[in-house]
Design a protein around this ligand. Sequence first.
Ligand code: PMV
Length: 327
Amino acid sequence: MRASAAANANLAIVKYWGKRDERLILPMHGSISLTLRGLQTMTTVDFDAGLAQDEVRVNEEAVTGRVRLRVEHLLDLVRRMAGTGYHAAVTSENTFPTAAGLASSASAFAALALAASRAAGLRLDGPALSRLARQGSGSACRSVYDGFVEWVAGDAADGSDSFAVRLKPLEHWDLAVVIAIVATAEKTVSSSEGMRRSVDTSPFYAAWRGCAVDDLRAARQAIEDRDFSAFGELCEENALRMHATALAARPPVVYWTPGTLAVLRAVQALRQGGLEAYASMDAGANVHLLVQPESVDLLRAEISRLPEVSQVLVSGPGPGARLLGKA
Ligand code: PMV
C-alpha cells in the first residue's frame, strides 16, 4: 500500500481569497491559475499495518503542528474513502531551490492527495482528486492539472461541486514567469488567517469579491485569445486588489517587504521603457513576473540588479499531478 506522486506549484492569476466554509475549504468565489514548471513536490505515502500513528517528514525533517494536522486530516479522508484503518508514513521533498521561501502548500497537497489515494488502492478521477486536494489546501485543487486551470467555486454545502477544471493545457501558450525572491523567512500571517481577517473585517471585501468574479470572465477570454497585455494587466490588478483588501483588514495583513515594492517599481519603470512585464504576489513578499519568452533574459538581468533580490528563478506553464510509480 505504497505510492509516489509529484505535483507543481501554481501562480494564481485571479486569486482565491476568502472561504465560505473553513472546514471543507470552500471559496467565496472562483480562481484561475497557471501551474508552474520546475517548482515541484514529490511525495511517497506508505500505509503500514505496523504503524501506531502517522509519520510525516518533509525534506527529511519530522513535521509537527498545524501542517501535520492538515496532513493527518487528508489521510483521514483517504482512509474513510478506502475503508482502511492503517496509519501512513509520508515522506515529501520539495525540489524548489533551497531557501527560496517558496514552499508551496499547493504542490504539497496535490502530490499528497494523489500518492495517498493510490497507496490506499483508490483510483480517483480528476474532479474527485481535485476535491480531495482542496481539503488539504484550497489552492492545491488547481495543481492537479497542468497549464491554465480554474477552480469553480460551486455552491453545494457539501463541497461536491467545488473543484478545479483545466481551461487549457500547458502547450496552449508559451508564457514565462520570472520569480524575484526578496524574502526567505516564513510569513507571519498564514493565508488562512489572512483570508479570515479579510472576510471578517476588511471594508473592501465585498468589492474584492465582485472584482474577482469579473476578473474570472476577463481571464478566461485573455487565455483563450492568448492576449498577453490583457492577461498581464488583469493579473497585476487582481493581485494589487487582493493585497489592498488584506491591508484594509483589522489588524492589517501586510505581506510585502521593501523588496516587494522595489520589484514593483522596477517593473513599472521597465514597462514605461517598453519591456512588457506584469507583477503578482501571493500571500507573501516574493514577486512573480509574467513576461513573454523573448524578454526573459532582459527582465532577469534587470531584476537581478536590485539589491533587495537574492535570487531569480525562471518558470513557465508546468505539468499537473502525476504518479511516480507504485511499489
Ligand atoms: O491554498 P492556500 O490556503 O495556501 O491559499 C492560497 C492563497 C493565494 O495564494 C494568495 C491565492 C491563490 O489563489 O493561490
